[in-house]
Design a binder for this molecule. Structure first.
Ligand code: DGY
Length: 320
């Protein structure tokens, strides 16, 4: 049985698969596969392990005539046409829970870095502008006691809430479109409407899935509801934010700053964002702790083993 692994992933995953001689591994390295290569690769594969840049659309799925499983090396699976896969009887799996701390920590880091203008200040020093101490440069907000609004109060949102509340005594507001009055552990948080969250929060951090409902949820209208000195953090999915509207907001001081790990047309970044000093941009690395990436590899291949070797449903089946 052939398993296509579209990118180099931590080798604990490959080593696990190698324990099964009945599996033939087609492991690819280098940049993401072009669509034609992906189609060719899946055409004789029994399972494919895909990463975020692999767009697993109808053409790719239809080419996988033997395909039993599309195993995402990610929690998000908006890059896979899960409904079409289901119509073909193909399982889709993900790796939930493996990157909770990693993503929450990255959101926290972006929040602090934007607020305290760390990247701007670093460039200032490197560019030779640090000639004397100045009482008025790089002023930012005190973070202690501020209000943090979390959009999407799942595992990651709640972990960030705990860090912000335990570490910085922040007040936590949240919205969650899927569940009212979510169970929360170890954090005192108040569920409010989106409008109230945007109007009251000093920092807004996005942790929702990308769906029809959340696409462009942050747009010109919603950005104008935010406080002029508020900070927006996005470690969820790029299209949740209308990037052109955000550039306007950052230029016209509707908001004070933003920290973005994900982009509307990844890996392309809106050209205006690249010019703005009040935004920090990272290349979709929120899950990039060694621990999380190793755990992701283990979980992704466990799904492959479950389906191909044990003839079961995947452990983390998302297109039921
Ligand atoms: C995910 O898993 O969905 C992240 O965006 C990438 O690790």
């Amino acid at each position: 049985m052939k398993v296509l692994i579209t990118r180099d992933i931590p080798h604990n995953g490959i080593a696990k698969l190698k324990q099964f001689p009945e599996l033939e591994l087609d492991t690819r390295t280098g940049p993401p596969l072009a669509k034609e290569e992906l189609i060719k690769g899946v055409s004789d594969a029994d399972a494919v392990l895909v990463v975020i840049p692999d767009k697993v659309d109808k053409d790719v799925i239809a080419a996988g005539t033997k395909l039993k499983l599309i195993a995402c090396y990610s929690v998000g699976y908006d890059h896979v046409d899960t409904d079409y896969a289901k119509s073909k009887g193909i399982f889709v799996s993900n790796t939930p829970g493996d990157l909770t701390e990693a993503v929450a920590e990255h959101a926290f880091a972006l929040m602090m870095a934007v607020g305290r203008r760390i990247v701007e200040a670093d460039f200032f020093v490197r560019d030779g502008h640090y000639k004397y101490w100045d009482p008025l440069i790089f002023l930012g907000p005190k973070m202690m006691g501020k209000t943090l609004g979390i959009v999407g109060f799942g595992r990651i949102g709640q972990h960030l809430a705990r860090m912000a509340q335990n570490g910085l005594h922040m007040d936590i507001l949240y919205t969650d479109i899927r569940k009212a009055g979510k169970e929360t552990s170890g954090v005192n948080a108040t569920q409010v409407s989106m409008e109230e969250l945007l109007a009251r929060s000093d920092i807004v951090s996005l942790h929702c899935n990308l769906t029809e409902e959340t696409k462009y949820m942050i747009n010109a209208n919603t950005l104008k509801l935010m406080k002029p000195y508020a900070i927006l953090i996005n470690t969820a999915r790029g299209p949740v934010v209308h990037e052109a509207a955000l550039t306007e907001a950052l230029k016209n001081n509707w908001v004070a700053g933003a920290g973005l790990d994900v982009f509307e047309n990844e890996p392309k970044v809106h050209p205006e964002l690249l010019k703005l000093p009040n935004v920090i941009l990272t290349p979709h690395i929120a899950s990039a702790t060694r621990e999380a990436r190793i755990q992701m590899a283990g979980m992704a291949v466990d799904n492959v083993i479950e389906v191909l070797i044990k003839n079961n449903q995947p452990l983390n089946w998302v297109n039921k």
